[in-house]
Design a binder for this molecule. Sequence first.
Ligand SMILES: Nc1ncnc2c1ncn2[C@@H]1O[C@H](COP(=O)(O)OP(=O)(O)OP(=O)(O)O)[C@@H](O)[C@H]1O
Ligand SMILES: [Mg+2]
Length: 585
Amino acid sequence: MSTKGTVQGVIANMVTLKVDGPVAQNEICYIETGGDKLMSEVIKVVGENVFVQVFESTRGLKVGAPAEFTGHMLEVTLGPGMLSHNFDGLQNDLDKMTGVFLKRGEYTYPLDNDRLWKFEPIVKVGDVVRASDWLGKVEENFQPLKIMAPFQLEGEYTVKKIAAEGEYRIIDEIAVLENAKGDTVSVNMIQKWPVKVAMTNYREKPRPFKLLETGVRSIDTLNPIVEGGTGFIPGPFGTGKTVLQHAISKQAEADIVVIAACGERANEVVEIFTEFPELDDPHTGRKLMERTIIIANTSNMPVAAREASVYTAMAISEYYRSMGLRVLLMADSTSRWAQALREMSNRMEELPGPDAFPMDISSIIANFYGRAGYVYLNNGQPGSITFIGTVSPAGGNLKEPVTENTKKVARCFYALEQERADRKRYPAINPIDSYSKYLDYPEFEKYITDRINGEWTGKVNELKTRLLRGKEIAEQINILGDDGVPVDYHVTFWKSELIDFIVLQQDAFDEVDAVTPMERQETIVDRVIDICHTEFKFDTFLEVIDYFKKVINLCKQMNYQPFESDKYFEYEKQLKALIDERKTA
Ligand SMILES: Nc1ncnc2c1ncn2[C@@H]1O[C@H](COP(=O)(O)OP(=O)(O)OP(=O)(O)O)[C@@H](O)[C@H]1O
Ligand SMILES: [Mg+2]
């Protein structure tokens, strides 16, 4: 017998119910109104009074309306057939929608029960398995997916039956498992998982250390992120958070990309739907969408669905990580998610924390980031979720609670700066305030030494020092005037400008410049450092400015040419001639 409830009060999408039986925190219930069943989630239980957030508009909902509890939490349905799909925060398949939005109370099934999959067994009869162990595989869009033992399984089970190689639907039985007590479990290709519970079906979660190439020079060269690492991109309105995140998701070395678009503006969501299907994967040449899943909130959904969407995206990512894949998870923006939490907490009249966010906002954020990571699965294979979230701090104030709390847990910090964005210095990542804590890991240092060379870190540190020095000199020139500082100062300043223009600035909309593979980043850094180490002869600061503008222009032209193409070498030759012109040492 399921628990029933009756609506006692409605405040926007928060509803209070009186219930006749047991109810669990985060349990899902359906409230009936005018023939619609509205999906809702329990957020607080006080005796027989239950607070729920409704994932739909509560228009017309009246006191006395009946509700029925389901006995389970908000869960995702997982299986082959999710790649290249667009879901909303409740995992409704947006491609199955009629019209632009789902009607209230309408939910769609996220998978396809009829499609046939070519299944190959991995285990054999008599093998002993545990939850999440790989039983077989299917291929989807050239990704090797694993069919796993049910995540909820407790203890050891013996394989009694395993399907032979062949074509099956996801609802067909592919295995029968039995435990020591003789309980049997019939297994198909579908898994269910409560989105707010972390999947911990791995043996070990070591510190991540492998460079994850993103093709963005400000990240890879200056403040790299690693496979299984965490990062966040705070930036005021319009400074390029979404463009940067899209650039990373297009280029990064990942098997699966999950994008949670919980932005405010519907056009952002539309852009991603129209742009992504057209793009090619720079690594494989196949369509990017083949490895991508987009979780987007249609703007007619209340904030509660936005809160759910980041969890849905994380649970889907964990599913693929359990298969030993490298997953890149992007959330844009996590501030909208936090705002959803704030609205609910305010409606419940909870004692508010800083800026009216819930008191436990810091642990909510920490728990979420904590679900990312590099893991060794029970069979010893690695898998990873790299998570990058954007934050839109109100008024660009980095002291606001969401930014501050995210800063405590995310290991990479890519601060987008209004001033850089205003000057069109894209990506507007501030090179001085941003950081990557992975640079302090000895295992990362070793990885870089093996992968690139032992001098790399020193060179990158030199770039950073020069950028900082350049900034100081710019301030002095500002105060004292161009004539008020020695000519040398101008040279040092322009060398830092060269770093800014050639290493940091990157055109996300240029076919070549948008993605810089690591090998090319090394060449760029070497060239820039070489020029920085060269001594030139100048009599006036005007000569300095004029000369470095030419140098920068040539280096920039090189960045726009295909690597080591004829044009590229031509500009390189011109650059060499220009440098020889003024070089003294
Ligand atoms: N790397 C880049 N190269 C070229 N142009 C860029 C780049 N990054 C951002 N821009 C420009 O800045 C504009 C705003 O970027 P974007 O939409 O990503 O900002 P945002 O921070 O996500 O804004 P919002 O706060 O509204 O979500 C883009 O439309 C584009 O014109
Ligand atoms: Mg944006």
